[in-house]
Write a protein that binds this ligand. Structure first.
Ligand SMILES: NC(=O)c1ccc[n+]([C@@H]2O[C@H](COP(=O)([O-])OP(=O)(O)OC[C@H]3O[C@@H](n4cnc5c(N)ncnc54)[C@H](O)[C@@H]3O)[C@@H](O)[C@H]2O)c1
Length: 286
């Protein structure tokens, strides 16, 4: 039985819902902190939609779906997380927002052995730990989208993170959740996004320069390189806002132009084109 049995999640967007589903399907109790009653409805809908998809694909039974839903409760006050043994924050990719949430969790989550984790895609964990009482219990757990399907988690410790904390979380991720873990250094973008983000942004620049259409760019990489999804479709899946924030966070530290979000991406964001979650990005979704 897992040493972490009472799990908390902050935020129920793309990744918060995905992580919640993974944990609930593994048989654990999850409390999800959201902002307001409407966010509860949206979070439940998102979870249910994904579980239904898993039922349709034959991955789980209708009984598993119902049992998973029953393990999830929602809350709108941080103190509902006071008894959690592991809490993962999955709010948007903003240093200030994440620091605010982690400082609050640091106050609320009482057990000194409890672990706080960030789902950040790009922000160094040591930056997030600044201002928390015990940065030794903070780790990065970078899941991939969709979390119930993708096997990898990048596990990141900062200089203050205790080695025993990393070992405990790795054991939880592999043994209880069935994920594969790679340990990554505490640097912007860790391993995967340090490689992936320049490639994705290069595809946007190619489109911006008029070198090819979005369909042609995506086909180039699916049909020519065997990628399961083209770069622009992948940005749509991840969210244009998330990609822009990741690029900005990496550029802020590395000052490497390859990471700077191109103008086209910024103009699309300002126009509300966020990708799949808004119904339109580089492609149109029903
Ligand atoms: N989208 C991806 O493919 C992906 C993959 C891996 C990691 N991540 C990372 O996961 C994190 C979340 O990204 P996302 O794509 O799920 O974003 P998202 O915009 O889909 O979801 C963020 C959610 O957090 C909620 N939120 C914000 N502040 C909150 C607070 N104080 N309390 C409760 N809820 C709050 C928002 O209302 C929103 O629903 C980011 O750090 C991102 O970099 C994203």
């Amino acid at each position: 039985m897992s040493e972490f049995r009472r799990i908390g999640v902050v935020g129920c967007g793309v990744m918060g819902a995905g992580f919640t589903e993974v944990v609930a399907r593994a048989g654990l109790d999850v409390t999800v902190l959201v902002r307001g009653e409407k966010a509860i409805d949206r979070g439940m809908e998102r979870l249910l939609r994904s579980l239904e998809r898993a039922v349709r694909k034959g991955k789980i039974s209708g009984h598993d779906r119902d049992a998973a839903m029953q393990r999830v409760s929602f809350a709108t006050r941080a103190k509902a997380l006071h008894d959690r043994q592991l809490v993962v924050e999955a709010v948007g990719e903003s240093l200030d927002d994440k620091r605010r949430v982690l400082a609050e969790l640091d106050d609320v989550v009482q057990d000194p052995d409890a672990v706080l984790a960030s789902s950040t895609s790009s922000i160094p964990i040591s930056k997030l730990g600044q201002g928390t009482r015990d940065p030794g219990r903070l780790v990065g757990v970078h899941f991939f989208n969709p979390a119930p399907v993708m096997p990898l988690v990048e596990l990141v410790g900062s200089l203050p993170t205790r080695a025993a904390t990393l070992d405990r979380v790795e054991s939880f991720l592999t043994t209880t959740l069935g994920k594969q873990v790679v340990r990554a250094k505490d640097q912007p973008g860790f391993i995967v996004n340090a490689l992936l983000v320049p490639y994705l942004l290069a595809a946007v620049r190619m489109l911006e320069a008029g070198a090819a259409s979005a369909e042609e760019i995506d086909q180039g990489m699916t049909l020519g390189c065997g990628h399961p999804m083209g770069p622009l479709a992948l940005i749509d899946l991840i969210g244009l806002d998330t990609i822009a924030s990741i690029g900005e966070a990496m550029y802020a530290e590395l000052k490497e132009p390859l990471y700077a979000p191109p103008s086209l991406l910024l103009r699309m964001l300002e126009s509300g084109l966020l990708g799949r979650k808004s119904g339109q990005g580089f492609h149109l979704y029903a």
